[in-house]
Write a protein that binds this ligand. Structure first.
Ligand code: URA
Length: 242
């Protein structure tokens, strides 16, 4: 639910109680209460308000968690003052969603999008150390010493990076190296900055895994709901208890 709240019949519809029209009727018939008081048509409610229909509690807005395979050129914010496409553009707009962390405009790949504040908060919290795997095409031929540096940690302006899992995927392509890099931090532009330090700037970057989940067959620009087993996995990794 948005911080400004929403009309009670819409909140009921969103919770799956009835269609908006039928929910409005329930309100008009005096069958709905908000915090113990009979609701009136058009009343605005907040996500913290307790709603009942015929005395039965209504669970608040249902939780939605999606995986998006982000294409290039989208910003990872809900709104962009410059009017560029955002990662929320392809998503359903019946609930207020937000991205879990961000990918740069030129980074593609796995981005979680949810209205589950607890899960998002915990996943993004540095103490959760959620693993994120990237495939990076970097300029030049990366040596074993370069790989070791990335693995051990490099000095960025905001401090040393934590140890990372780094593998060379392909060194055959002319003028570049493909690397797999798994980090457990989520600093701004971290992978690009790490590769800059070893003088192999990133030319292409895609996130392939997040918190143990992979993209599978999800194509660029597509999204899907997470299965309950996937949500459980994320909750375990992030230490969310309900
Ligand atoms: N690291 C980066 O440099 N960019 C991203 O988008 C994600 C991680």
């Amino acid at each position: 639910m948005s911080p400004e709240g929403m009309r009670v019949h819409r909140a009921l519809a969103q919770a799956g109680v009835a269609s908006r029209r039928a929910a409005e009727l329930l309100v008009a018939e005096g069958r709905v209460t908000v915090n113990g008081e009979v609701a009136h048509v058009g009343q605005v409610v907040q996500s913290t308000d307790r709603l009942t229909v015929d005395g039965n509690p209504v669970n608040p807005e249902p939780i939605h968690t999606y995986m998006l395979n982000k294409p290039m050129g989208m910003v990872s914010t809900a709104y962009d003052p410059e009017g560029r496409p955002t990662v929320l553009d392809p998503m359903p707009n019946d609930v207020r969603l937000y991205p879990v962390g961000r990918l740069d405009i030129d980074t593609t790949g796995l981005l979680l999008i949810t209205n589950d504040g607890d899960l998002a908060h915990q996943l993004m919290h540095p103490s959760s150390k959620v693993p994120k795997t990237y495939e990076a095409m970097v300029a030049g031929r990366v040596s074993a010493a370069g790989v070791r540096q990335l693995r051990d940690g490099v000095e960025l302006e905001d401090g040393m990076t934590q140890p990372a899992l780094v593998e060379i995927l392909d060194r055959q392509a002319p003028g570049c190296t493909w690397l797999s890099i798994e980090i457990t931090e989520g600093r701004n532009r971290q992978v690009r900055r790490m590769c800059d330090v070893i003088d192999h700037p990133v030319r292409k970057l895609a996130r392939t895994r997040y918190g143990g989940l992979g993209l599978g067959k999800l194509r660029r620009g597509e999204f899907r709901s997470l299965a309950s087993t996937e949500i459980t996995k994320l909750e375990q990794i992030a230490g969310v208890t309900r």
